[in-house]
Design a protein around this ligand. Structure first.
Ligand code: NAI
Ligand code: MG
Length: 765
């Protein structure tokens, strides 16, 4: 007879399958058309939606054409005015109805999701669907409160929304719920691999009595997505690969369409020696083996402190061996099928290359059969340049490296183009929060990972995109301000370069650039003439020098808001004292007032504590971008400069400012004020010259994190196009403003000067 412990070790899980009967009955033999204006069109150009665990065809859906997209956008447009005109409370009731119906069909949604995507039923049932339902409830609340909480703001109009295949229903909820709450109508394109839960949602819209055309769903592949991007929508919201995100940035440049991008990641999972190692091992399971690792914020780079690396790795391997790979509908399955063969091949390709580059692979063999299964994997013995450390794999494969000191951990963590998420494991919360402040990531989890909530902003920094989803911050992505509404700006005239000291008389009046707290001659040695002065003709090299100087002034981003306020008040006083020398009275007086105004904000535009899970405080910290470019308006050369540069530095940014081209003298005169006001060198840098060219350089520069362009439409459009490289957020405004009034000091200047970092800290039970 075996002993009890022997018997236990021999025991295996019995099968615990969830029945697909109801779902298959709903799907049976169906070919779906497009959901436009509240009804399904006749199917056209159908393709299969496949169950990746078996290869079985689940249903057919239609490849949306340009005409389909146009019809859907037209329906959304026709519905927009009435939908936006409903009271918040009326829209809230529609959202509640959708939430309630989804909740009623939770099981059906979960099974459809697992069939279509391959994810384990335990996850679709316990995570995807409840979070999607919660999203609709939460946003019903925002609809209710919108007039009170977002005064003066209005919806964009029609939103085109393009979502990926990894969380089909949840991404639909993240996109549609806030858009609808804000009063927009929607054309949503699900991923071609996983369209079915969106089509089930379309049926719910009918059942819930949602007005026709408020939600439209067009299925199809990337071509349909591209058609939606090109169509007559007012905003595009995209979640998917960074490459397609770049294409969309280029395609929408100059169109005036608002854009938010939620892109890839290569998020660090940092394990300090002082962590609870067993909890951290369990964390890895949730970080990279959740949803087959097909998670944009997956903790795909483990950085573990050297002193515990051996122990940690041993436990991790043991835990990995217990994970069950197989039938997604089996309730004891941990890892289901990868979404399709293409993705499986991509995962294997990267793993093969990682091994070829010297990594050691720890992975059980894949199960036999037609399903797209990829067993969990760990890669060790690799360097920071290994492909598994740099590329998003989007599979259940994690790479592990060691570090020695906290500084090294931060350096490795930030050694990526991305900035979506980070997990930090350390029982010493002080030490963990110190790292949280230094990591470049939109979401940071302390002693946890992959926590989500409708009331927690989610989104990236750097090449992980921009915009936030969830909470108050997410609502802002679907609302817009009153708009400047002035006339279109003209492009400034071409400049005629003059060699330095061209006319003897002008030499004394030749101004200099201001870089790193010092006056500098332009690199090219040329200047140009403006009334009463000769000003430097700055170029690419000068911008690069200014960016370098701004980077060196990083201390400014770390001082307290109080300290920054003191400096700005001093600046305002000095501006006032010099008012008489600075030019026409009205504008100077307004500039002085504006400087006091932004000084007042320096320590007040603070973050939030969001109410999410009971065992967490969820902080939404407002962090400066770091180094920003600001192309100041031509109109109001002094007031426009002060109104844009000061809010940016008040929030802790360092700025490269391009002042008015035709009249840069007032901005250059400010240099003495900056010098006498204790603004540290490099915090404000001023480069005068041809603004189109200088804007182009700022847009392309990888070390400029955000850009504001108050210029003519061509310069604005080019800035957007050129920003696709490093995906910096660009705020363009091609219309003149009345800088003396509210258009010169709205909350938007502050909002556009910061990025939100969401930090989840364990609190309570
Ligand atoms: P993808 O970015 O091509 O697909 C996402 C969505 O964009 C889908 O709905 C697709 O139809 C649509 N799309 C594709 N091309 C488009 C275009 N030119 N214009 C407009 N929409 C377009 O991602 P894909 O090919 O499915 O996966 C490739 C890799 O991207 C994955 O291996 C993974 O690394 C990454 N990825 C990242 C995601 C994330 O959430 N961060 C989600 C999906 C994929
Ligand atoms: Mg599928």
């Amino acid at each position: 007879m075996p002993t009890v412990s022997e018997a236990l070790s021999l025991m295996d899980y019995g099968p615990a399958p969830e029945s697909p009967a109801v779902a298959l009955d709903w799907l049976k033999g169906r070919t779906f058309g497009q959901f436009i204006a509240g009804a399904f069109t006749a199917p056209r150009d159908p393709f299969d939606s496949v169950n990746p665990a078996t290869g079985a065809v689940l249903a057919q859906v239609s490849q949306g054409s340009e005409a389909d997209v146009a019809a859907a956008v037209k329906a959304a447009r026709a519905a927009a005015r009435k939908w936006a005109g409903l009271s918040g409370g009326q829209r809230a009731r529609h959202l509640y109805a959708l939430a309630r119906l989804m909740q009623k069909r939770e099981r059906l949604f979960a099974v459809i999701e697992s069939l279509d995507n391959g994810k384990p039923i335990r996850e679709s049932r316990d995570i995807d669907v409840p979070l999607a339902v919660r999203h609709f409830y939460h946003h019903a609340g925002w609809a209710e409160l919108i007039a009170d909480e977002f005064p003066g703001m209005r919806p964009h109009g029609v939103c085109g929304q393009i979502i990926p295949w990894n969380f089909p229903l949840l991404m639909l909820a993240w996109k549609a719920a806030p858009a609808l709450a804000a009063g927009n109508t929607v054309v949503l394109k699900p991923a071609e691999q996983t369209p079915l839960s969106a089509l089930l949602f379309a049926e719910l819209c009918i059942e819930a009595g949602l007005p026709k055309g408020v939600v439209n769903i067009v299925t199809g592949d990337g071509r349909t997505g591209a058609a939606l991007v090109a169509s007559d929508v007012d905003k595009i919201a995209f979640t998917g690969s960074t490459e397609v995100g770049r294409q969309i940035r280029r395609a929408t440049a100059g169109s005036g369409k608002a854009l938010t991008l939620e892109l890839g990641g290569k998020s660090p999972f940092i394990v300090f020696a002082e962590s609870d190692l067993d909890a951290a091992v369990e964390g890895v399971v949730d970080a990279i083996w959740f949803n087959q690792g097909e998670v944009c914020c997956a903790g795909s780079r483990i950085l573990v402190q050297e002193s515990v690396a051996e122990r940690f790795t041993r436990r991790l391997k043991a835990r990995m061996a217990t994970l069950r790979v197989g039938d997604p509908l089996d309730k004891s399955t941990d890892i289901g099928a990868v979404v399709d063969r293409v993705q499986l091949d991509r995962i294997r390709g990267i793993v093969d290359q990682a091994v070829a580059e010297g990594a050691v692979l720890h992975q059980a063999p894949a199960p036999n059969g037609p399903g797209c299964f990829c067993p969990p994997a760990l890669l060790t013995d690799l360097g920071a340049a290994n492909i598994a450390m740099t590329e998003e794999i989007f599979g259940p494969v994690v790479a592990l490296m060691t570090f020695r000191t906290p500084d090294e951990a931060v350096a490795l963590a930030n050694n990526t183009r991305y900035g979506l998420a980070a997990s930090i494991w350390n029982e010493n919360i002080t030490a963990a929060l110190d790292i949280a402040a230094q990591v470049k990531a939109g979401v940071v989890w302390i002693n946890g990972t992959n926590l989500f909530d409708a009331n927690a902003p989610f989104g990236g920094m750097r090449e992980s995109g921009y915009g936030r989803e969830g909470a108050r911050e997410g609502m802002l992505a679907y609302l817009t301000g009153a708009g400047a509404g002035g006339r279109a700006r003209n492009a400034p005239e071409a400049l005629s370069p003059l060699p330095a000291g061209a006319s003897g008389d002008a030499v004394d009046r030749t101004r200099k650039l201001y870089i790193g707290g010092a006056q500098k001659r332009p690199d090219g040695g040329y200047s140009y003439a403006v009334p009463g002065a000769q000003v430097p003709l700055g170029g690419r090299k000068d911008i690069r020098n200014a960016v370098e100087a701004a980077h060196k002034a990083g201390g400014w981003s770390r001082v307290t808001g109080h300290n920054r306020a003191q400096v700005l008040y001093f600046l305002a006083e000095n501006l006032n004292a010099r008012a008489r020398d600075l030019g026409p009275g009205d504008e100077v007086a307004q500039a002085v007032e504006r400087a006091f105004y932004w000084a007042a904000w320096a320590d007040k535009y603070d973050g939030k504590v969001h109410s999410t899970a009971s065992s967490q405080v969820t902080l939404a910290m407002k962090e400066p971008f770091g180094v920003m470019g600001i192309v100041c308006p031509e109109e109001a050369p002094l007031l426009g400069f002060v109104s844009t540069v000061l809010p940016a530095i008040a929030m802790g940014n360092r700025v490269i400012a391009v002042p008015s081209q035709a009249n840069p003298v007032p901005a250059l005169d400010l240099v003495q004020v900056l010098d006498t006001s204790d603004v540290p060198g490099g915090v404000v840098n001023i480069v005068t010259g041809p603004r189109a060219e200088l804007t182009d350089t700022l847009a392309k520069h990888d070390d400029v994190a955000a850009l504001w362009v108050f210029a003519d439409a061509t310069t604005c459009a080019n800035a957007e196009t050129q920003s696709a490289g490093n995906l910096k957020p660009v705020w363009t405004d091609p219309l003149t403003r009345d800088w003396s009034g509210p258009q010169g000091q709205s909350r938007e200047f502050l909002r556009r000067a910061v990025q939100v970092k969401t930090v989840w800290v364990p609190y309570g039970a």
